[in-house]
Design a protein. Sequence first.
Length: 377
Amino acid sequence: MWMPTVDASGMPTFVNPMQMNPMQMNPMQPVQPMQMNPMQPMQPMQMNPMQPMQPMQPMQPMQPMQPMQPMPMGMSVQWAAQTATVGQSAKPEKEKADRDVRRLGSYFGIDQLTLERLDELLEKRKSTRERDLAKLYEVLDSARSPGRLLLAKMEEMEEDGFVANFRRDENIERLAERFALEDSAKCRLVELRVRRKNLLEQDLARLAEHLELSSEPSFTAVSLVKKVVQGRLAELPPLEEAKTLAAAFGLEGSACFKLRDLVEKRAEDLDVVLKQLKQVLEVARNPNATFLKVLDTYLAGGLLEPGAIEVIRLESKQQARLEAAQMKAQKQKKKNKKKSSSSSDSSSSGKKKKAKKVKKKGKDKKAKKEKKAKDSS
């Protein structure tokens, strides 16, 4: 079959579709007919009357279509694997700078390229990294142009001329000495002083309350300060209500430390948690042990079901009855022991009296014999 088409000169011609490049054909798309304007008459063929007409070229025999080369074995698997990984290459790139570095940049408005360079410098200064960042907070806080000053400090780092000595702060020093805080905790306190100037006095007071109830003060200080400066906590959670609860139910030792952990963990819904915890401790026979028993549920972010509280109440009643029975049995045992002891004492006393009486009687007989012998002589 021959298909009508138009050559470069505008002359109509016919093309054998079998001679066309198969790669240029879309087998799913029908051949488009020649575009014609029905309102415009067809132009007559342009012919030169002085030039003889060229004879038609003989028709080329139809060329058989070349079969497609089979895909080599293994290439199909490779192609499928490449196709499957196309969507994976579109994953977002990982942040190049460390989170603490990005947070410093966000606070002082530092551009991304500078932050990436700073992160590279700090990676080479791992032993002083925390102190370096804290010192940068301190010096950039009073700078007119934090970006320019940071570049200058970065040059000092490259030349090993950057010294991370903090400005003395009596409040921070006093807190650090009181709880023997490590250097990592002191660095976080410097960051806290810069980022929360207006709330620093309240923050340090609340932090001291938390550290009093912590078995690891340095770890607790770092954890709380990070949560506040990162925005995960709006403020350091207060401990007044938790302390009142602990005093009311006699919580002590590890239970007090765990209660502080709970306050930090559930700061967002602390009122709800402490309200239910109070209900639990009110029905508990042993508040200390019961609190440690239910603690995991609260730390995991949950609350006890009403049925669970009822179970605790029934167990407490049963335990109270058992303890009362044990106490009664102990009292009866003591009473019986005392009675037995009294009976034994009276028996022993009777024997002693009898022995004395026998002894006295023997003495009397002896005295009579001696008197009789004397009289006869």
